[in-house]
Design a protein around this ligand. Structure first.
Ligand code: SF4
Ligand code: SF4
Length: 344
C-alpha cells in the first residue's frame, strides 16, 4: 500500500489510514475482525482516542506485539491538566497493550497548550516523550484559529483537522501552512460525518494533496473493503467526479452541521448531531430508517428546545445550532409527510 512521510514525524504512514471511532459501535469480536482485516489489507496507521469508549481496547485486542511494531498508533487525550494527562496516557497504554504511543494528540482543546502553561499539559507531554511513552506531541482541532496557532508555534508534529471535498480556501491555506512548517496533516471527517456519500470522488479529491493523510472512519467490513479497493487502484479525478463534487458543494453550501457532537449535552435531550442535519441525512441516504415512528419521536424533541444557547456556545463551527435545528426539523416534517402521507 502507498505510503507517505508524515511531516516532521518522519514516520512513513500508509496513505489510507483507519479512523477507529466507529468501531466502538461494534462488538469486540466484529471490531477485532475488521481491524485485523485492515492490517491484512495493508493499512498500517490507526487513529483512536481515550474518549472513544472501548476503541483503544479493541485495537489492543486486535494487534499482538508482532503486529504492533509494524503499525503507527495515534490516540488522543482531552485532559485539561497534568494529572488527567497522566491518567489518560497510562489508561491508553494499558488498553492499547503497548509501551508507547506513536502520535499523542491533545484532543480538540480550546487553546494551544504551550511550555510553561498553567495547565501543565505541554510539560507533561514532554516528560512522557522523554520517558519514551509517546513519540510525537500532536494536536487535533475543529477551530481554524487554534489550528493555525498550533502549527505556527512549531510545538506540534502533526495537526488533525476536518478536511473534505467541501473544504475551501481557509483549509487549503492551513494545508500550505502545515507544509511550510513541516507539520503532518491528518484529515478527519473526510466524508463530513456521513453527509458525503461518494467515497470514490472523496478519495480522489483528497489524494490530490500530497501532504494529507485521511483517516477513514470505518464501522463495517463493506466500508473497509471499499477503501482497500480504492487504495489498491487509486482513482484519478475525472469530469464525473468533478460534477459530483460540485453538486455536493451546492447542496451543502453555507452552514451545515458536521455531526461532531461537541455541542452536547442538551438539557432537552435532543440528539443534536443527528437532528441538526436530519433533512440532509434523510435525503442523501436510504431514508426508511429515518421515518420510523420511533425515529420521528426522537426528532420531535426539537420542539422541547428551551433556547438555552448552550449548544451554540460549544459548536466549533460557530453555527446557530437552535436555529439550524428548527430549519432542519421543518424540512424533515415535510419530508416525512410526503413519504408517509401523514402530517407530523
Ligand atoms: S438551545 Fe436547545 S438544542 Fe441547544 S442545548 Fe439548549 S435546549 Fe438543547
Ligand atoms: S451543531 Fe456544531 S457542534 Fe453540534 S454536531 Fe453540529 S457541527 Fe458539531
Amino acid at each position: 500500500m502507498e505510503t507517505m512521510r508524515l511531516g516532521k514525524t518522519n514516520l512513513l504512514v500508509t496513505r489510507t489510514a483507519f479512523g477507529a471511532l466507529p468501531v466502538q459501535r461494534r462488538n469486540m469480536v466484529d471490531a477485532v475482525a475488521i481491524l485485523r482485516r485492515a492490517y491484512d489489507g495493508g493499512i498500517r496507521f490507526f487513529d483512536t482516542a481515550r474518549a472513544y469508549s472501548d476503541s483503544e481496547e479493541k485495537l489492543g485486542r486486535a494487534f499482538d506485539s508482532g503486529m504492533r511494531k509494524n503499525i503507527v498508533i495515534a490516540t488522543k487525550t482531552g485532559a485539561q491538566n497534568a494529572a488527567a494527562f497522566w491518567d489518560h496516557l497510562h489508561t491508553s497504554l494499558k488498553l492499547l497493550g503497548t509501551e508507547w504511543v506513536d502520535i499523542y494528540q491533545f484532543h480538540n482543546p480550546a487553546f494551544v497548550p504551550v511550555p510553561g502553561g498553567e495547565d501543565g499539559l505541554y510539560e507533561a507531554a514532554l516528560q512522557a516523550k522523554r520517558q519514551g511513552k509517546i513519540h510525537h506531541i500532536s494536536i487535533t482541532n475543529h477551530r481554524l484559529g487554534v489550528a493555525r496557532q498550533a502549527v505556527e508555534s512549531d510545538l506540534y508534529d502533526t495537526l488533525q483537522f476536518p478536511f473534505s471535498l467541501l473544504s475551501g480556501e481557509p483549509e487549503l491555506a492551513l494545508l500550505d501552512l502545515c507544509r511550510a512548517h513541516d507539520v503532518g496533516f491528518i484529515a478527519m471527517k473526510a466524508l463530513s460525518g456521513g453527509l458525503i456519500t461518494d467515497a470514490t470522488a472523496t478519495f480522489a479529491f483528497i489524494r490530490q494533496y500530497d501532504n494529507v493523510v485521511p483517516i477513514w472512519g470505518i464501522q463495517h467490513m463493506r466500508e473497509l473493503e471499499e477503501f482497500l479497493a480504492l487504495a489498491e487502484n487509486p482513482p484519478a479525478m475525472d469530469e464525473a467526479m468533478r460534477a459530483a463534487i460540485s453538486a455536493d458543494r451546492a447542496a451543502l453550501a453555507g452552514d451545515f452541521c458536521r455531526g461532531c457532537g461537541y455541542c452536547l449535552p442538551c438539557p432537552a435531550g435532543i440528539e443534536i448531531f443527528t437532528a441538526a442535519r436530519i433533512y440532509f441525512l434523510a435525503t442523501r441516504a436510504p431514508y426508511q430508517q429515518f421515518i420510523t415512528p420511533d425515529f420521528q419521536k426522537q426528532m420531535a424533541k426539537v420542539d422541547q428546545c428551551v433556547r438555552c444557547g448552550a449548544c451554540k456556545t460549544r459548536c466549533p463551527y460557530g453555527l446557530d445550532t437552535p436555529e439550524l435545528l428548527q430549519r432542519q426539523y421543518a424540512l424533515y416534517k415535510d419530508f416525512v409527510a410526503q413519504h408517509t402521507g401523514e402530517a407530523v
